[in-house]
Design a protein around this ligand. Sequence first.
Ligand SMILES: NC(=O)c1ccc[n+]([C@@H]2O[C@H](COP(=O)([O-])OP(=O)(O)OC[C@H]3O[C@@H](n4cnc5c(N)ncnc54)[C@H](OP(=O)(O)O)[C@@H]3O)[C@@H](O)[C@H]2O)c1
Length: 434
Amino acid sequence: MKTGLQLAIAGLGTVGAEVARQVISNNAHFQRQAGMAVTITAVSARDADKDRGFSMQGIQFCDNPLALASMDNVDVVVELIGGSDGVALDLVEAAIANGKHVITANKALLAHHGYMLAEKAEKAGVMLAAEASVAGGIPVLKTLRESLSGNQITRITGILNGTCNYILSTMQHQGRDFDDVLAEAQALGYAEADPSFDIDGVDAAHKLALLGAIGFGTAPSIGAVDVTGVRAITMTDMDNAQKLGCTIRLLAEAEKNTDGEVLMRVRPVIQPLDSQLAKIDGPLNAVTFTGEPIGAITAIGPGAGAGATASAVLADIVDLAVGRITPFFGIPASQLAAAPQRVAPQKEECYFIRLKVYDRPGVLADITTILKDHAISVESLLQSGRSDDGENGDVPVILTTHEVPPQAITAAIAELTELPTVLAEPVILTMGHA
Ligand SMILES: NC(=O)c1ccc[n+]([C@@H]2O[C@H](COP(=O)([O-])OP(=O)(O)OC[C@H]3O[C@@H](n4cnc5c(N)ncnc54)[C@H](OP(=O)(O)O)[C@@H]3O)[C@@H](O)[C@H]2O)c1
């Protein structure tokens, strides 16, 4: 039996430094779990002098992370730099080529290059593991790949981005504007200085592409995910959602339709307050797997942060040490079905539509005529006072519809947008279920 596992950690930021601190400070426990000595032999970051909260004694610092991939005293490269390309991709490819195991938390890398990397890792006989890449501390990949492997998965839904969930749930509970809460999320470290990946839904889409691939046995396909973020959500939407007994959450959904096609979407959804997802507050994540024969199972927990993410990385290290090595996608990459294409949704849904219109007679008549022309039945219509930014005599009009085909909504919205009295791109949210 091997006497020890030697780690190299690339990236000593939020996650990398915490992994190092845990390996060093809880080494006796960790060694018991791993059944062997686990040591950090080398690390890399940009700033060699920064205090990372652990002793660098006996650890080699490399300015160039690529050096880690060819060191003799390294068995596993733990990639915690981030980014879909560039140094993270170069490092992972080099590590695999040199016969090193790879552990990462990098969903962007795997959503874009996961198929190629998994194939290379399997050919090289090394482990590629990334439990931390989806839902941080919640062991969702392991659950889907291993504990639910006997199920036919039909649907995966979840709140996969803690930043968006923090923003939306704080707007809900504190009645504060989007920009105000986003600034707070940045100050608290939940959101990056450039929050685009989070608030535009890209981060959730990366995670959904990986869940969809494992759940449905297909190559991952970020291009197949239809993505709408939360940038356009205002307190007017949240207030009106609450008047309807609902709130708003950014939901990621992957499901197989009746033709066996995989439909993947990330979008803000109006969620009834008594539903399980509406109760997910702050930076928490939640993922529900639906399958046969299990029915539905939901996991809830911390989706990001140093401790939660390090927890998942540490579990991958222990798995490697004890030989619990599975293909990243559950089955060998060569056996995955082709990556799904983007499919247009067919299922009828109820919608919440917010229009910013000139406050003048006849506007509502124009709107309802267009909806009628597309056989869209309105369930409720609310024209409230002047909007938050209604300096020009504009008002928000909120409509909810009965169930209608998505194509009808798309066509009607295109016509509504053309009306001279409609002043901005309409906000369209799907009404979710309890
Ligand atoms: N943060 C979370 O809660 C979380 C949750 C789940 C997954 N993840 C994933 O975990 C990974 C790391 O995230 P993080 O939040 O820990 O990022 P971070 O705090 O920004 O840390 C990134 C680290 O990479 C280092 N780095 C950047 N470019 C480098 C280069 N060219 N050469 C060497 N080192 C370089 C930085 O060095 P310096 O410190 O010297 O600048 C820093 O230590 C990402 O893939 C992220 O998506 C993060």
